[in-house]
Design a protein around this ligand. Structure first.
Ligand code: FAD
Length: 841
């Protein structure tokens, strides 16, 4: 069967530049490098098309390949999540559009200029560097919420921010050019003008402390770990990727670290088992196996530092019917198409349903449509269709009947770009390297964690480990099971989050054969079942012959079948797999030998995991990942692991990144404690709670003009009463007047940049906020000249500071609460609202 890579349908929304530009960048933007990020929004009517490969979510192979978001040709707006994904706030510059050509001035060449008002020129690669920043998880031209919280610039928006971003992107790019290097601040002083030294410090410190540069296992990095730790003690619970990443990073920062691990080995859900027999051997990844996207993937960086090359999983994935005959390619294509359409219908449904979609499962929506539209009709088609459902259950490690229709794919915008890859020899090589030099005590099953103002006590067996702080990285399954007693009990909102999020199951049968009898021009093939309840049973096979060092096949068990599999005797499982393989290969005249060794996983009953990976279950949302990440006990007890990352849940890289994140968080709290500064709980309980509320309230703004919306604190006409303004970045914007003077080449480069940025923005739903008075909001509405002039007025004339939702602070919390209460009353009394909707452009 031919390559199964589906064609992603062209989208028809005309291109419109985002509300941002690099109007003053000079010299001309260079030819861009291809972005690793998908570009779902090419404008078919434009002569300018981005030819960036789309990492189709509908590809059938690879971990967490899922359905796409609805195409942008659909007119219904997407259902806003309870809180938007992390909103990198305002894009660049908040100053009036230039009245004419405004060539960039190099401040070094013109000392009479006010330097702080000039955009610096670091080199000729700002676009390429911005794209590198995108791959590393930063918006190329704006700040992340975390950067704003860390106070990397003195005020958000404006030229200082532009310069910071240029410097940040440059440092990131320089390190990514050679990740074996320890990049020093001093190495930038020749290219960063002296007046930007503070920004250089700020960007460098942020990137190093948050693990964006100078992390990993390269000798130059390892040698920076101080021989004598001078910082407080941290007890890390769990030696999976999250625990190991955090431990290494903390050691680098000078903390004294001990890792307590319940198993006899490290790696947790990354487990490469050496299989052997009759002079054959192979490395089998029984847990996490596929690096889902290489661009910006920190595990790819670790691999690079170890001199390991990744192997791209090929797209070709033939499917076989229950009787072993190949599926007809035409029917295959037709059903895949129907399946994708059904997912699109489900997406549209959730948009219409609004919040109700939170209480409905993806499975229920798909089943309803399936019956209404009768997409699959013959038995063969039904089997094929069920295979796609199994694939979706595999991607999410969850029964479709348990996945939230509203948010099951909330992390899709943060998919790492690039190929899906295997690491030859298995991911255990990464684990091995990460664990070297880390003090890990094995077979220490933690059953109690006490935390308080003075520190923590972690109890495993009869031993008590005391520390200044602790980091808990145990899987969500272990938390759900209550295997660890927290004293005092965890806050109710965290307990609720733990309960709401789903933790599903995926199992594997790994088989080492005496020789490769299957085709070597593919890495995957699938098998259909005619029993819907067994649709996930050995539905997909991974051939590891090219990367495992021997003739290894792995069969996957997903969905309902994965649960039944937990109690299936291993010999029965292997017999069933062999039946399938013989059904496929023997009619082709190929003999299928008995395996030399087989292993069946039991991730569901493994007491150190109790499941495979997390998903957004019915009733849950992306917020729950944030809640699970919240520290407790005034900066004493922290949490990391795949189920604590909203952007990259259920993945190996997500676990690793969460470890780096918490190392930064722990260091921040420890430093603040040392300086006796009170750290605001981050993210604060209130802020989190208000975030969802805020998103709800802005669905019905009191005022709307351009990209601005306002909700009023009180229904009085008091001009001094409080209001909350939200600026939506990422929509459309009229061309800046300066565009007219650019050359075609400049324009097309800029367009590319903007298009990428636009794509990023659309994915990210950029929202920034401020508190202001009713009077100010009304004044702002009257400003002519479009959004740019309004932003200028807001920042320069009203002097307000735009912040991410978390930066609004307690004053806003009470305004939000009062609006909520008032609206509740209004609804209750069914009065008509006094809502004004101003549709000024
Ligand atoms: C079958 C399967 C296939 C997967 N496939 C992929 C894939 O292809 N690509 C991908 O990116 N991801 C995949 N994943 C997900 C990925 O493996 C995980 O997201 C990631 O490894 C989780 O890392 P972690 O550090 O958060 O948790 P873990 O790796 O689970 O680490 C937690 C550690 O805590 C220990 N622990 C638990 N309880 C205690 C206790 N009470 N006391 C002391 N220690 C304790 C555990 O033993 C474990 O070592 C897969 C997972 C599974 C199970």
């Amino acid at each position: 069967m031919a390559d199964q890579t589906p064609q992603f349908p062209p989208l028809s929304t005309p291109y419109a530049p985002p509300p941002f530009s690099f109007p003053h960048l000079s010299p001309p933007l260079p030819q861009p490098i291809p972005s690793p990020n998908p570009n779902p929004n090419p404008n078919p009517n434009s002569t300018f098309h981005l030819q960036i490969p789309f990492q189709g979510k509908r590809k059938r192979t690879g971990f967490r390949r899922k359905a796409s978001h609805p195409s942008t040709s659909e007119v219904t707006p997407p259902l806003p999540p309870p809180t938007p994904p992390p909103p990198p706030p305002p894009s660049l510059p908040f100053y009036p559009p230039p009245s004419g050509p405004n060539p960039i001035k190099n401040p070094l060449e013109n000392p009479s200029l006010d330097l702080s008002e000039e955009i610096i020129v670091i080199n000729k690669e700002p676009t390429a560097e911005a794209l590198t920043a995108l791959t590393a998880g930063f918006p190329a031209d704006s700040l992340t919420e975390e950067e704003i919280e860390a106070g990397v610039v003195s005020s958000v928006g404006g030229i200082e921010q532009v310069n910071y971003i240029l410097i940040r992107n440059h440092i990131l790019s320089r390190w990514r050019e050679n990740v074996n290097n320890w990049v020093t601040k001093e190495s930038f002083t020749s290219v960063i003008p002296p007046h930007c030294e503070t920004l250089l410090n700020s960007a460098y410190n942020y990137l190093v402390s948050h693990g964006f540069v100078n992390f990993g296992v390269a000798p130059s990095i390892k040698e920076k770990i101080p021989a004598e730790p001078s910082k407080p003690n941290v007890v890390v619970i769990g030696a999976g990727l999250a625990g190991l990443a955090a431990a290494r990073q903390l050691m680098l920062f000078g903390f004294k670290v001990v890792v307590l691990e319940g198993r006899k080995r490290c790696g947790g859900r990354v487990y490469t088992k050496r299989m052997e027999g009759a002079n054959k051997s192979a490395a089998a990844d029984l847990g996490g196996s596929v690096l889902t996207g290489t661009h910006g993937n920190p595990l790819g960086i670790i691999g690079k530092q170890l001199g390991l090359s990744l192997y791209k999983v090929r797209d070709k994935c033939p499917l076989y019917r229950p009787d072993g005959n190949p599926v007809d390619p035409d029917m295959d294509g037709k059903v895949e198409n129907a399946f994708n359409k059904l997912l699109d219908k489900a997406s549209r449904l959730r948009q219409c349903m609004g919040e109700v979609a939170m209480d409905v499962s993806l499975g229920a929506a798909l089943e309803t449509f399936r019956h209404v539209y009768g997409d699959a009709v013959t038995d063969d088609e039904v089997n094929l269709f069920n295979w796609h459902l199994a694939n979706l259950e595999y991607a999410n490690a969850g029964l479709l009947s348990k996945l939230s229709l509203a948010f099951w794919d909330q992390d899709d915008p943060f998919d790492m770009g690039g190929d899906h890859c295997f690491l030859p020899g298995g991911n255990g090589r990464l684990v091995q390297a990460l664990s070297e030099g880390v003090s890990i005590i094995y077979e220490k099953t933690v059953h109690t964690i006490r935390y308080g103002v003075d520190g923590v006590q972690v109890i495993a067996g009869g031993q008590v480990y005391e520390g200044d702080m602790a980091l808990c990285t145990v899987p969500l399954g272990v938390l759900k099971n209550g295997s660890i007693k927290f004293v005092p009990e965890l806050p109710q909102r965290k307990l609720d989050g733990i309960k709401r999020l789903g933790f599903g199951l995926l199992n594997k049968v790994a088989m080492l054969f005496p020789y490769v009898f299957w085709s070597t021009d593919l890495d995957t093939f699938g098998h259909l079942s005619d029993d819907p309840s067994k649709r996930g049973e050995f539905f997909l096979f991974y051939s590891y012959a090219t990367v495992a060092g021997g003739p290894l096949l792995i069969a996957l068990v997903a969905g309902e079948a994965a649960h039944k599999f937990e109690s299936m005797p291993p010999t029965d499982a292997v017999t069933l797999v062999l039946q399938i393989l013989r059904g496929i290969y023997e009619p082709q005249g190929i003999e299928v030998p008995d395996p030399l060794q087989s292993v069946c996983t039991r991730w569901g009953t493994d007491s150190f995991s109790l499941g495979s990976y997390s998903h957004v279950a019915v009733g849950a949302s992306g917020d729950d990942y944030d809640i699970l990440a919240e520290s407790v006990g005034d900066g004493r007890l922290f949490f990391a692991g795949e189920a604590t990352t909203r952007r990259y849940p259920a993945t190996m890289h997500g676990a690793f990144i969460s470890g780096l994140r918490e190392a930064a968080n722990i260091a921040h709290h420890a430093n603040a404690r040392a300086l006796q500064i009170k750290v605001e709980r981050s993210p604060s309980t209130n802020t989190q709670a208000c975030a969802s509320l805020l998103a709800d309230l802005f669905r019905e703004p009191d005022l709307e003009f351009g990209s601005f919306s306002v909700i009023f604190g009180q229904k009085t006409s008091d001009p001094k009463s409080a209001a909350i303004l939200r600026v939506a970045l990422g929509g459309t914007r009229k061309k800046s007047s300066s565009d007219g003077v650019k050359t075609d080449r400049q324009r097309s480069n800029k367009l590319l940049f903007q298009q990428l940025q636009s794509h990023y923005n659309q994915q990210q739903q950029l929202h920034v906020y401020t508190l202001l008075t009713r009077q100010q909001a009304l004044e702002l509405r009257e400003v002519r000249g479009g959004d740019e002039m309004r932003l200028y007025y807001l920042c320069e004339k009203l002097g307000v500071k735009l912040v991410g939702r978390k930066g609004l602070g307690p004053a806003a919390d009470s305004v939000i609460a009062s609006i909520k209460a008032e609206r509740g009353n209004r609804r209750a009394s069914s009065n008509s609202t006094d809502r004004m909707v101003d549709t000024k452009p």
